[in-house]
Design a protein around this ligand. Sequence first.
Ligand code: ANZ
Ligand code: ZN
Length: 825
Amino acid sequence: MSEHHYDPRAIEAKWQAVWAAERTWEVTNDPGGDKAYVVEMLPYPSGEPHIGHMKNYAIGDAIAHHKRRTGHRVLHPMGYDSFGLPAENNAIKTGVHPRIATERSIDSFRRAFRSWGVSIDWSRELASHEPAYYRWTQWIFLKLYERGLANRRESAVNWCPNDQTVLANEQVVDGRCERCGAEVELRQLEQWFLRITDYAQRLLDDLDTIDWPEHVKTMQRNWIGRSAGAEVHFRCQALGIDYPVFTTRPDTLFGATFFVMAPEHPDVLRLAAGTPAEAQVRDYVNHALTESAQERGDQEKTKTGVFLGRTVTNPVTGEEIPMYVADYVLMEYGTGAIMAVPAHDERDFAFARAYGLPIRQVVAPADGSKPPADQAYVTKADDARLVNSGDFDGLTPREGFERIVAWLEREGIGRAAVSFRLRDWLISRQRYWGCPIPIVYCEDCGIVAVPEDQLPVELPEIEDYQPRGRSPLAAAEQWVNTTCPACGGPARRETDTMDTFVDSSWYFLRYCDARNDKAAWDPAALRQWMSVDQYIGGVEHAILHLLYARFFVKVFADMGLLDVQEPFQSLFTQGMILGPDGQKMSKSRGNVIPPTPLIERHGADAVRAYILNMGPPDQDAAWNDSALQGTHRLLMRLYTLGSQLAADAGGPLATGVAQPAAPSGDALTLVRKANWAIERVSSEFHGRFGFHNAIAAVTELVNELYRLPDADPAARRFAVATAASLIFPFAPHTGAEVYELLSGQRVWEQPWPTADPEMLTAETFELVCQVNGRLRDRVTAPSGAQREQLEQLALRAPGLRAHLDGHEIVKVVVVPGKLVNVVVR
Ligand code: ANZ
Ligand code: ZN
């Protein structure tokens, strides 16, 4: 068979050249037809792409190909998330400018994607570090600023001492920097925030409108963290000030025996001023400010705090209750102050125990039993009742909640309220390699936005990237010193740059109109393509990127720049490829599988198809070299079949590769198998993308072709062409080659095959149909058919009609797999 040698290098180079020369995968924005917008999360270009990238793009590419061949105009673009810390840290180490290193890496990504045969519309390629892109990132910032959605304010922020920059809450994992693992410190700094909290409710509600994995939605819901409760005002008579608290348990208001403020609460020092507690409070606050949010939130931690020397009035009992400052109350949640109900809240209970404060039970089991005395009784179920709560005694906690909130509202000292865990998005970074924030500081005018026609504010060239507690840009005096766009006086540029998550929150919009140099996009282009029909990426972006992108889209919708509310209608999160040892791939474990040598050996098609063949693509799976060889063998066998058949026929036939009419014998078996495969493969594109099942179906079809070498050639050609057509989304070069060998046609220009229903039943037999024991007809019946189905088939057989009409059926005898005898009178 050597003349039919499968040479993936030659085949892949051939088709890649065709696709590049003909720009096969480019689409215009001209309206018409059904659209499908397929996007894989854009890569961060660092070094070379790894095998995980290959999985991401293999999945997306298969979907894009299938969409094209089912009649859609498909937009399948590519870009690079090319600002960011790794390139800058590399620059500090090696002196290579981040732009040089990044662009080098982009080159190798681009080369890789071409050599993998990914069907990308290259005319829309973008990179977020290019001024032509970040000019619009800056424009977006200005739009948010105009709408009051971007603001600069001082607050306690997460500081990574290693990366020397602030981090968003989302970038702190278990108290550590998501990137480098260093323990995060709290610092009081002036930073830029985007008011994503204004959109909390919509971000929550609209999760119900999108087709995303349930666990990703759950992560977003938890991150947004909506709590329904009440705001209640507690008056400090001495200062004549009302302090609101947020509580989820207004039903426990009669049990509030003390009051606690967060150390950052702006009134803490004022309250303590002039009391004997003043010095101690000051020390406590200073200490608390150095603790991480992680430490402070720790349930197990011994509770500490200091009496503020003041009291507030519990509005329902009229009692004066002491005010404390304690670090277990966080400034960023609710109002930064709480009513403490030690009998029913664990943290308050621990604090009351430690400081000898009264614990008053106001909720009790309905059956009169006593809850354990050494812990808080936290239940709010209907089998509990309010006690020690005046007129509200005897109500369930749920009823108590409603009635007490209604009472507070009537009295004007409280109201129903909702709190979100979600915080505003901190976007300023004290680093060089990012998008400059288009703001200047003027001595006279204060904060001034750079006018739109002066964008982009380009990143200046600098020599020294070392951050020293401020952005390296601060040292670029030439650049920093500028004139105020408002008054023309001296001004200084903002030296912080934007978090790279800002860049990646809108790139899928830019793809729709990537070469527009008059605007970030033309809304008409977005009307063409948005929302993304299928988004594919790693589950590690479940919160950050996906939440930020949703926020941006909602803001743009409010600005009339976009007609949809959600960026990604369907989301698919792929699992990881693990090393051969079943462990996460890492340099230190030495279990990394680099794609390039594998592709040189087996071809890109084999590697792509193998990756999809590893199992359900949303699951993690370990690398297995012999399974890769198995997939390679499948492609080889398919190619061999195709080239043999083509050689036998002396080249592509005018008769083509259509399904032969009325096949029988082995030909029928093959035609049936091919139709079965069409059905199997097609169904995986509508389900959970179980492409391993699809490839298994093609494998079975190929096996059948080898088992029946003498079947009629027309049926063989049909079956092989079908296999090529079906494998094309997963192994595009080989699919295209085999299809062309047999038909002279381009497989991607052919519609996706549809199964012939006649050919979908597995095996059949001839059912003998009798009336009163005499043969009247024979009909084809499915082998596995049950009694009722056989009876129906026989009663409908044309040959029986005349013998049944006008007669009474006495009984029907069925011998499954053989005959039906109808007894009439
Ligand atoms: C009184 C009470 C009684 C509470 C009770 C709970 C149980 P979630 O569910 O997470 O929204 N709280 C409010 N603001 C806080 C802050 N800034 N720092 C720390 N704790 C704060 O939690 C809401 C509850 O957490 C609120 O309801 C409040 O304590 C506390 F039996 O108020 B509760
Ligand atoms: Zn000015």
